[in-house]
Design a protein around this ligand. Sequence first.
Ligand code: X8Z
Ligand code: ZN
Length: 613
Amino acid sequence: MLVSRGLWAVFGLLQVASTARAASVPQVPLVLETDESSVPMKKFPNARAFLRFVNHTLSELEYPTNQASWEYETDITDEHGQRAVEAQMVFNQALQNILNQIGDYHGSNDDEKRQLELLSLMVGNPKDPEDQRVLSAIEADMVSIYSTANVDGLSLDPDLVKIMAYSRDYDELKHAYLGWRNATGPRMKGLYTAFIDLLNKGARQGGFEDTGELWRSQYDMKPKKFEKMIDKVWKQVLPLYRELHCYTRAKLVEKYGADRFGNDGLIPAHLLGNMWSQDWSTIFDILVPFPDTKPIDVTKALIEQNYSAEAMHRLSESFYHSLGYDKLPQSFWEKSMLTKPSDREVVCHASAWDFGNNDLRIKMCTNVNQEDLFTVHHEQGHLYYDHYYRHLPYLYRSGAADFFHEAIGDTAVLSVVVPKHLKEIGLIEGEIEDSWQQTINYQMLVALSKVAVLPWAFLVDKWRWQVMSGQVPPHKYQQEWDSLLEKYQGIKRPEPADVDSFDPGAKYHIPANTPYMRYFGAAVIQFQFHHGLCKAAGHKGPLHECSIYKNKDVGKKFRHMLEIGSSQPWTKAVEAGSAGLYDTLDGSALIKYFEPLLEYLKKANKKNVCIWK
Ligand code: X8Z
Ligand code: ZN
């Protein structure tokens, strides 16, 4: 019998770690009574029986854990926070009991061995329930700080997001950018430091050097090999990013005046149309290569056609349906949260949820614009993966690797953005100009999302891995963060940070503890999938003109990759998803896709000074 101390004690404890704490202090002591005997410690005759028990138990516990988190994230209150922590504890305790026995079983075939291997990687929670409780409580608290923060009464989503996207006023942008960082990071820094210590404690108890090493061990290869692989891919895509960066800086100098820029070649981070400078498509109007060529403006079309959030989700569903995929279950429409409620605090950051038994949901504060339309496809990509591997045992019900999960919807987007397709679905009205200028404009628009994100997606965990290994101690958190922004993105904070600053906390995935290298892998592998699918479709011509819309044969081929979940090493799955064209992560497909733009940028940059080192 485990009787815990109250959550209030946890938060009392945290006051030591955090000088400026979250406003939400749960007041009601929580007593969790986990009866350990509810998870039998009995011996199983063999690995098969053990795995059957594991898959059944974890699968059963998934629903209440998800349900409690869902309630918290769609209605942030202290009580819901406590319940979410409590449910997580129950899951962790069952998992712990299972992991304690894993050494007794060895597996008599490849399938059993793989399941045991995947299970063995589910370590990382500290063994002491009190540590677990503090860990979960800190996470809930940090997510609450992030999700309820505001700048002069303005929320991140939609207020600050809109300012960053549409304001062209230097000082207003700077105020929103710095304001958001001041409203979040300093209140989180102490919590985050304590959080990292506990995470590492768990990782070490699980046999890893630190949490970063545990995270890098999830890819069917040694963690060192994984690092080498992504470093190599980064080098493949860097030349394209550098050209885009130089071009963009020159246009922004024209727009805002040279006196706003230093002579270091960097771009002030707040001028790029996005709170994290990770998606620049909202400043397309400033960067458009050929302004006289009729631009593609999906946002304008959505607004003019009175699209609702639900209509955007239906439109995305119809894309997947055109590939022969099932419609989303009716419960999706009944249980999802597709818009931001006005009567309560919620976690607006978009996410897709698999409750098991085909209970699939999206939680998103959908705004009517192009970026969110693509995010809707992204989230539904997660759900279709969940849907098509739902027949597998629990341990295989995940992506072949985490970056596969992030890439499914983004792959769909590569077909959706094709101008001919946008016209077919009514998001481009009138004729599409068939010219080289039009192609370059269109490639630019896609690159502003899909190339601009690359260094950002690469650096977030470069930072976190160093924090987790202790290489970067708390007093250097901010300094290292700033230097990675400079090194990889070529951007700088509009003003130097002060001692309290903790800008990493201003990005959702840091408080929510979601690994981020998955988005780098996804940003690259989606082009490999697109290449393979277009080959399977018999597409002739440039990759950026290929759309697999309505191609049920190709849809079926891609579905085969979804159906194997994580039952095979990801290198096998990439072959399935790319019609045999690739067997590893490879930046060449992305480069091939953007060939026309790269050529254009190289020429355009001849008149620009590309001085960022
Ligand atoms: O977090 C997300 C999704 C949920 S998995 C909305 N993305 C990253 C981000 O927002 O930073 C998608 C692109 C990158
Ligand atoms: Zn995602």
